[in-house]
Design a protein around this ligand. Structure first.
Ligand code: SF4
Ligand code: SF4
Length: 436
């Protein structure tokens, strides 16, 4: 659409992705793929409706009504609309930018915003603080207090009970702490001749809560000819910051990671969390530098280099749930992961209906918008139960926590395991039980 440059500049001063809103041709092809539109059925909760609202915000120059703002904040940023849009819209970037503009436009943004800022700026970038909090969680879970709290919450608040269920069982401290290059400067050497040298990205809460996945990732990479290093100075990827419009902090985190991984001199930065992988692949606005090596999803990399044939049977029916930030954010389809799992003897892949449909996790979306995330999760749980799977494989900690919490509340769901695909591979290598 033609528009006078000075007018466009004025609109962009209010919302710097304004020009991108003009890409939408209102065809509506995205609407059936949008999970939030599936819940409310409202145009304002669809990609097309949200683009219209963002464009109006820039053109009117007025504050959004609370109703319009709610519809924009209800976007999970799953990016399913990007995959199907014939005009190539970038909902992820538009939403980040819009939420950043919203944050800048107000002095007092409410207690939720304050809490989010504390969590995002004073907790997530610091692994030692996350470790201390996880130690307390471990005591809470193992002391029996959790069981009592759960029983009370089930009686008095479905919402709080759902939040409590999201918390995974944290591993004991000895199994949590991954040795970095501070304790282990030599890294984790490849078995046999090294084919490449890679750095493992640890993430924020995943560094503690999902340490078993990191250990499995290191073992599987070693088994397949990779020297693995774990730089100590790395930090959070900033995905949650971008999701919430905290763009300056996201830029600082990206730049810090870029310095650290450049110094590591590796062939690839391996990521086993889809949300982090998408954030590391796409530098935030204002950060022009890359990481010094490509960020690669662990399954994508293993599929590409070809794996040593696993030799220990894993006799399970496995359904693969595709994380949004892998399939839509990084455009890595199910073939990479399923191709690896097909090589595991005894493992049977079962189809999962709408496996690329969001589970409702969306970073901390499930905490902020439980009324939307709940029905989306219920649909995912129904699909898992229909599949007859004994294991759900998924490569994103947020999805793993969300699907596990949903299964806990479903009849027969407790017996279904939720695992990272790399954990299944690790089980399938006969020498997988060796300690790191
Ligand atoms: S598919 Fe793309 S162009 Fe069509 S309505 Fe949706 S966002 Fe607009
Ligand atoms: S990112 Fe997801 S939730 Fe947001 S508009 Fe697109 S499809 Fe809908």
């Amino acid at each position: 659409m033609a528009i006078a440059p000075d007018i466009e500049r004025m609109f962009q001063a209010r919302f710097d992705e304004y020009a991108r809103t003009l890409d939408c041709v209102h065809c509506g092809l995205c609407i059936p793929y949008c999970p939030t539109h599936g819940v409310t059925g409202k145009e304002a909760d669809s990609p097309r409706g949200r683009i219209y609202l963002m464009r109006g915000y820039a053109e009117d120059g007025k504050a959004l009504s609370p109703g319009a703002e709610k519809h924009l904040l209800q976007c999970i940023v799953c990016r399913a609309c990007e995959t199907v849009c014939p005009s190539g819209i970038s909902m992820g970037e538009m939403m980040e930018s819009f939420r950043g503009a919203l944050n800048r436009s107000r002095r007092w943004k409410g207690p939720g915003h304050l809490l989010a800022r504390i969590l995002l700026t004073h907790v997530l970038p610091y692994r030692d603080r996350i470790a201390a909090i996880t130690d307390l969680l471990y005591l809470y879970q193992r002391s029996g207090l959790r069981r009592a709290v759960r029983a009370v919450l089930r009686l008095c608040s479905k919402r709080l009970s759902g939040i409590e269920d999201l918390q995974p069982e944290v591993p004991e401290p000895a199994l949590r702490r991954i040795e970095t290059d501070r304790e282990r400067p030599q890294g984790y050497p490849a078995e046999g001749k090294a084919r490449m040298r890679v750095a493992l990205f640890l993430g924020c809460i995943a560094s503690e809560w999902f340490a078993p996945v990191h250990r499995a990732t290191i073992r599987v990479l070693q088994r397949n000819g990779c020297d693995v290093v774990v730089p100590h100075e790395q930090t959070c990827c900033g995905a949650l910051h971008r999701h919430g419009g905290f763009l300056d902090e996201a830029g600082r985190l990206f730049d810090r990671n870029a310095e650290v991984f450049e110094r590591a001199r590796v062939d690839a930065v391996v990521v086993n969390a889809a949300g982090c992988g998408a954030a590391l692949r796409e530098p935030p606005h204002g950060s022009r530098r890359g990481l010094g090596a490509p960020a690669r999803d662990v399954c994508e990399l293993l599929e590409e280099i070809g794996i040593v044939a696993p030799d220990r049977p894993v006799e399970k029916r496995v359904a693969y749930h595709q994380p949004c930030h892998l399939v839509h954010g990084q455009r890595i389809g199910p073939q990479a992961v399923e191709g690896l799992l097909r090589q595991v003897p005894g493992l049977v892949l079962v189809p999962l209906r709408d496996s690329d449909r969001c589970c409702g996790a969306g970073g901390i979306y499930n905490l902020l918008h439980p009324e939307m995330a709940g029905p989306i999760l219920e649909e995912k749980v129904r699909a898992v139960l229909e599949s007859g799977a004994q294991v759900v494989a998924t490569g994103n900690p947020g999805c793993a926590m969300q699907v596990r919490a949903g299964l806990l509340g479903a009849p027969g769901g407790r017996d279904i395991e939720v695992m990272h695909p790399v954990e299944l591979l690790d089980r399938a290598y006969a020498r997988a039980s060796r300690p790191l």
